[in-house]
Design a protein around this ligand. Sequence first.
Ligand code: BGC
Length: 286
Amino acid sequence: MSEATSHDTQADTAGGAGAEQPLLPDAFTAKALAGRTVIVTGANSGIGAAIVDACAAAGANVVIDWVTHPETVDPATRIAEAAGSGSAMAVQADVGNVADLQNLIDQAVARFGRLDVMINNAGVETRHSLLETEEKDFDFVMNINLKGTFFGAKLAAQQFIKQGGGGVILNVSSVHEDWPMPGNTAYCVSKGGARMLTRTAGVELAQHGIRMVNIAPGAVNTPINAQTMADPEKAAALNHSIPLGRVAEPDEIGATAVFLASDAASYITCTTVVVDGGIMMSAAGL
Ligand code: BGC
């Protein structure tokens, strides 16, 4: 385990949509997550990095989980770039390992006093069909995408309950939690599992005031799509298949995460918010 920290600021309590507080306009201010502690897994690249920046810009204290490429993990720089008012720390934790996940949460709580939002974002794909998938490919995808999300949710919920309830769990899923992507079977199965996790555990956790929501991005301009985007023919076909005519930028997913983590989304749970430019209504996945 290693840890890096940036400048310290205050760690206010989480607040929340208390009955005495008017929901509007506070939930929509630029500081919608002020003083809240947010963990983002797989947070040093792609969608995870964009979520970190968006949450920091919204005033959150952000915990950046990473596994590889320590050179990309510099909380101080990330917060400065996001012009955020919160603090950040980085923790090395493999989400496929439950002990690592517990350590991630424990370090967040030790530093910021509590946990308010858990964002299970870490994800991988191997792009194999059923017939091509070896046991190691299946385990790699399932450990990170499904086991990591499942136990990330469980351990975060335990922490939320210990604190007295409330809290938000967001799972970065995919349009492929619902929409087949032939040639990427284990990935689709893992995301389908995340879809049912949110529908089932979301119901279980509602009595504790915990909301659980999936974000289902379509094609996003991140390393996971680098090969497609580097091939002009494939990139053109992908863009053409999207009604909005382009892949998403990671910060468009970051903005959705801030909204869903904030009190503006106080009645949204047990469901999936699709952020796909319309792709699911259009053509086959690429
Ligand atoms: C997959 C990408 C794919 C996109 C749209 C994502 O979940 O990771 O590989 O391009 O869905 O089909």
